[in-house]
Design a protein around this ligand. Sequence first.
Ligand SMILES: [Zn+2]
Length: 104
Amino acid sequence: MQTPQNIRVHKEDRILEIVWAEEDVSRLPFRLVRQSCRCAACVDEFTGRQVLNKDSVSEMISAEEVSLTGNYALKIRWSDTHDSGLFTWDHLRSISDLLNNVER
Ligand SMILES: [Zn+2]
């Protein structure tokens, strides 16, 4: 598992910046991260199907509070009051890779 060297929260740009390595920095839009939440309220535990309607996540979504959980995940309290999701490094890495694929 890859562990970030640094994490920066850019509230004004709505970007979660994850420094994986010197030349490997991911800039993840808050909205994309929020849409990728895998908690029990957003994803059906049994089928793995996403219950969250991605369109319902505001463009203006903000991360009110970002904190470390152990040394394996981030806990994010969103401006829509949702805070039950944990974003593990693996999960954030997969969001980063997804974003890179889209941009290519
Ligand atoms: Zn969730």
